[in-house]
Write a protein that binds this ligand. Structure first.
Ligand SMILES: Cc1ncc(COP(=O)(O)O)c(C=O)c1O
Length: 416
């Protein structure tokens, strides 16, 4: 059989929606300067879809720093992987500063958070070890686990009773195998904005012997008094063994880092295959990340502005009786009753009649009869944006409740 022939019948879990969704719901093109207003299909829209939490993406100081670093170093330097020829004192400086910021002994840069996470997991575990993880773990965690040839137990999202059962079973297994236990959770869950129960999870350390890895992609820079993340917010920074952050969200760049005890970070540095066999972060990103970190630490106004918008948006929506689930972070999910037809119609109406651009999440990420529209507030949104959006959402809710979207038609809508 031709390996390509199966493509004819199945295009994959997301690809099967390509025909209806491409360019609109999936792979939309947002054009213009990264901000609260961008161009989508030729029209200006109010955008709530970017993880530019602190508004640094287009900050003049950041734009200048990035441009000057590109001018000075180019995009190529340093050539090669860190281990071979891609090491610089700037990479090391950034690692020292990140480690100090998140209160760990040591840190190591990752050329992409995703690849880094895959290799962190792959490096740490062997066939004797057991991984216990949350059912809503990000794809990079699941992909890291695919490489694990030992046992793994999943617990239903944030269900601490089930986590404990997993820890009991894992403990019995490693008593025989001689391995160890790795627990993996997220800090902020990026879809629904709720937090990993880091306090309860770390409390289990009194009873069970395990190490905890926290993926805080959405919490780094947004949560905690200094912005050092969800573990800081929940007061358990010292009980998290490995803290993972990305530069792709609050830092508005790319790349990421892992932080922990020096010995463990040294081990990862010498064992993470996605880092050993891939190019080092280019200099403009390293210089840019140093500047972003400096701003994050010395200019609390960005985080304050973010939270002003978050609080206004979330309290405004709640006052209108919208269901925001369990969010405790800037990520703002709005749950409605309905299926995929209603979800796509509602999103289309928001985009076309209200010029509000947000992301849509449907089954299987949420249950079959639930629609989730996800809003990501940032420091560059305004309180007027918040008011306008709450009004638009109220109109959508009225239509949904009246069953106006179930027939697939939206009156007065113009879609190019
Ligand atoms: C929870 C989580 N982990 C990891 C990643 C991957 O990070 P990166 O974009 O740096 O590869 C993301 C983001 O996209 C994420 O949301």
């Amino acid at each position: 059989m031709d390996i390509f022939s199966k493509i004819e019948s199945y295009f994959g879990p997301l690809g099967k929606y390509m025909e209806q969704a491409h360019g609109y719901y999936m792979f939309p093109k947002l054009e213009g300067e990264i901000s609260n207003r961008m161009i989508f299909m030729g029209k200006e829209r109010l955008v709530w879809s970017l993880n530019n939490y602190l508004g640094l993406a287009n900050h003049p100081v950041i734009r200048k720093t990035d441009a000057e670093a590109a001018q000075k170093w180019g995009m190529a330097y340093p050539m090669g992987a860190r281990m071979m020829s891609g090491q610089t004192k700037y990479h090391e400086e950034l690692e020292h500063k990140l480690a100090a910021f998140v209160k760990k002994e040591s840190a190591y840069l990752l050329n992409y958070g995703y690849q880094g996470m895959v290799s962190i997991i792959d490096s740490l575990v062997d066939r004797r070890d057991v991984i216990v993880y949350d059912s809503e773990a990000h794809a990079c965690i699941l992909d890291g686990m695919r490489l694990h040839i030992g046992k793994r137990f999943v617990y239903p999202h944030n269900n601490m009773e089930n986590l404990e059962k997993g820890l009991e079973r894992a403990t019995k297994l490693v008593q025989v195998s001689g391995g160890g236990i790795l627990v993996i959770t997220e800090g902020v869950y990026g879809m629904a904005g709720d937090l990993g129960k880091l306090k309860q999870i770390t409390d289990f350390k009194k009873k069970y012997n395990f190490r905890l890895l926290v993926d805080d992609a959405h919490g780094f820079g947004t949560m905690g008094e200094t912005g050092a993340g969800t573990a800081e917010f929940l007061g358990v920074q010292d009980k998290v063994d490995l803290y993972f952050g990305t530069f792709a969200k609050a830092m508005a760049g790319f790349g990421g880092f892992i932080a922990g005890d020096k010995k463990v970070i040294d081990f990862l540095m010498y064992n993470m295959r996605s880092q050993i066999y891939a190019k080092s972060l280019p200099m403009p990103m390293v210089i840019g990340a140093l500047k972003r970190l400096e701003m994050l630490q010395n200019e609390p106004e960005h985080k304050q502005k973010l939270w002003t918008i978050v609080n206004a948006l979330q309290s405004g929506l709640k006052a209108k009786e919208f269901n925001l689930g369990e969010t405790e972070s800037p990520v703002t999910p709005v749950f409605f009753k309905g299926g995929i037809p209603e979800a796509t119609q509602a999103t289309k109406e928001l985009r076309e009649n209200y010029n509000v651009f947000c992301s849509i999440v449907t089954y299987p990420v949420v249950p079959k009869d639930v629609i989730m529209l996800r809003l990501i507030p940032t420091a560059v949104h305004t309180l007027e944006d918040v008011d306008y959006t709450i009004k638009a959402f109220s109109a959508i809710k009225e239509n949904l409740d009246a069953g106006k979207y179930s027939d697939g038609k939206i009156a007065g809508m113009v879609v190019n």
